[in-house]
Design a protein around this ligand. Structure first.
Ligand SMILES: NC(=O)c1ccc[n+]([C@@H]2O[C@H](COP(=O)([O-])OP(=O)(O)OC[C@H]3O[C@@H](n4cnc5c(N)ncnc54)[C@H](O)[C@@H]3O)[C@@H](O)[C@H]2O)c1
Length: 367
């Protein structure tokens, strides 16, 4: 038997899951780059039922509708919300516009898949949570890196106890990102943590749970075009002896040959290590890699299962699929807006830590 030939033999259970009934209608708000590159390609792979799309820029919505064969282009959000077959509103516009769209959608009885960051402030995110609770609809967040193959497989391995007691996690990224491809992002004061490392915080949370303290630093690169931070170091202290680290630099001056994007989860009896393929050649990317050692299975053997799928676009089926399953099964989604508040506590504790140059307890945020 070839022990490295699977995920079949090891069954790491990392692929996005879909509901039994795929007919649930979806309306999309926003016809920008991420919808074109990831949402719609992933939904097409999953055979999901896209009813219509709306964007303030109608030409963009029409172009995407043509490309993906979407039946309706709506003039306003209100017209979209009137459509009886739409059950989920999938939002992909800048975060500051999100609370008002969620409020309207929830009032119309529609479930929502929100973009990350759920809010550019904790108050905005709370407003979204309260809108969903008030109108008893399900809200989830498109924080989809936790469904990227390497991170999801790491979660399975950790949940099965194969690395023993968790001791340390790290995500380290050193690449070059041309932020000017998103002009609005270059103008915001809070950049890297708010729009990028938020994925790493959520991913580490999904594998090791929620830390108690954050100590973070964010900095710029001399001469950079963006106003916000483009380099960050985020240190996490979990209850007990477990620790976490995110070290992320988007200003690598060498070529792609020098780039790296790695993750590592360690425990008392095992180690998981891998690469996040999406960042080696964004947005095309390549497959994640994963290796793990478990003294509980074999003290001297590094398993190297080959993972299928990528963060972009496959993991987008993870977030939407989980919301659809939660609706079908009448339960909260793993990526619920309520759960995402803990990721946002990590995010806003990080910014407070940067501003006040001190470790910040997560429960200082929002209390
Ligand atoms: N989940 C992820 O991994 C991920 C990745 C990239 C971007 N995003 C998020 O997705 C959102 C969109 O990103 P993008 O890269 O597609 O940006 P983009 O600039 O390419 O597209 C944004 C679109 O939103 C439209 N828009 C703006 N305000 C609107 C409103 N009030 N109503 C309707 N349409 C409106 C714009 O006309 C534009 O077409 C951002 O919040 C971004 O943070 C998430």
């Amino acid at each position: 038997m070839d022990v490295n030939n699977q995920a079949g033999w090891l069954d790491l259970d990392y692929k996005p899951k879909l509901p039994k009934d795929l007919s649930c209608g979806i309306g999309i708000v926003g016809a920008g780059a991420i919808v074109q590159a990831c949402h719609l390609p992933a939904y097409r792979m999953g055979g999901l039922n896209i009813i219509g799309i709306y964007d303030v820029d109608r030409d963009k919505a029409e172009a995407i509708a043509r490309q993906f064969g979407i039946p309706h282009v709506f003039d306003t959000v209100e017209r979209m919300l009137e459509h009886p077959d739409i059950t989920i509103i999938d939002i992909a516009i800048p975060a500051k516009f999100q609370p008002s769209i969620v409020e309207k959608a929830a009032a119309a009885g529609k479930n929502v898949l929100c973009q990350k960051p759920l809010g550019e402030s904790y108050e905005d995110a709370l407003h979204i949570v309260k809108s969903c609770e008030r109108f008893r609809v399900k809200g989830a967040v498109n924080q989809q890196m936790r469904w990227s193959p390497g991170i999801r497989a790491s979660r399975t391995i950790t949940e099965r106890g194969w690395i023993g007691m968790p001791t340390q996690a790290s995500i380290q990224v050193n690449i070059f990102t041309d932020w000017s491809q998103w002009p609005w992002i270059t103008q915001i004061e809070r950049l890297e943590l708010m729009y990028h490392s938020i994925h790493y915080m959520d991913s580490i949370r999904s594998v090791f749970g929620t830390p108690e303290y954050i100590y973070a630093d964010g900095s710029k690169f001399p001469g950079q075009v963006s106003r916000g931070e483009t380099r960050s170091m985020i240190f996490m202290k979990f209850p007990g002896e477990c620790r976490g680290l995110i070290h992320d630099n988007h200003n690598n001056i060498a070529g792609q040959d020098d780039w790296y994007a790695t993750f590592r989860f360690e425990g008392t009896e095992g180690i998981i290590k891998g690469t996040n393929g999406a960042l080696y050649n964004y947005p095309d990317g390549r497959e994640d890699t994963l290796q793990f050692l478990s003294q509980r299975i074999d003290p001297g053997y590094w398993f190297s299962p080959k993972l299928e799928g990528r963060w972009f676009p496959h993991a987008f089926l993870g977030t939407m699929g989980e919301l659809m399953r939660a609706i079908e099964e009448g339960r909260e989604a793993e990526n619920s807006v309520q759960d995402n508040l803990l990721t946002l506590q990590m995010l806003f504790a990080s910014y407070r830590s940067i501003e006040e140059n001190r470790p910040v307890r997560l429960d200082e945020i929002g209390s």
